[in-house]
Design a protein around this ligand. Sequence first.
Ligand SMILES: Cc1ncc(COP(=O)(O)O)c(C=O)c1O
Length: 240
Amino acid sequence: MINATLTNAELAARATKVLMNTYGERKLAVVRGQGIFVWDADGRRYLDFLSGIAVNNLGHCHPAVVAALKEQAETLIHASNFYLMEPQIRLAELLVERSFADKVFFANSGAEANEGAIKLARRWSPDPARHEIICFENSFHGRTLAALSATGQKKYHQQGYDPLVPGFVHVPFNDLDAVAKAITPRTCGILVEPIQGESGVRPATREFLAGLRELADRHDLVLIYDEGSAGMGRTGWPFV
Ligand SMILES: Cc1ncc(COP(=O)(O)O)c(C=O)c1O
């Protein structure tokens, strides 16, 4: 039993007064986690299927993770990207070794990673007319304005944020012909989730992904994989 001093209901009442209602009404306060379990403020234990929306790959409070966090917090709390930091270089080396990539850009969130990728794709072409990115229906790419505009779900668009960022064209997922038809002299990239996560677990077919690679090579487009939900070993393998 967790020794909670405040109940779920008491915390919810406090939250209503001071937190913006961006995630709807929240009634459950999560106060502690261990491995695959979390506990709420009323002392109830849950099997954590949500895992912070599919991000706590190593569960809660694994001793090795706790030790690494503790060691870093006791060594250097933050230094900004104006300086080199050995752990950052070490992590980039590991990612390059174990992935297809040559270089790494670290971001704070999935949305920010996609913003970076969108900027990279637009900059890829020296011709400013080439700025459109082909995206997919039912995709999810994050809540910042460009990532939201890239997201292929109307329910996220129709919330009063207009005008959305221009330059995103949405076509049906797993439909290579639709992608081929959507490519124009304005296209600079293709943004795809190899497994669509937010709209259900919907994998792209191997033929579709291979076809996207081929189209991107043929038309000199940047092919962006958004593995916000599926990457980093969450399917059992890294980057699959
Ligand atoms: C595929 C995908 N891309 C991007 C994001 C946005 O990530 P973040 O919430 O870290 O900004 C998510 C979040 O669920 C996602 O599933």
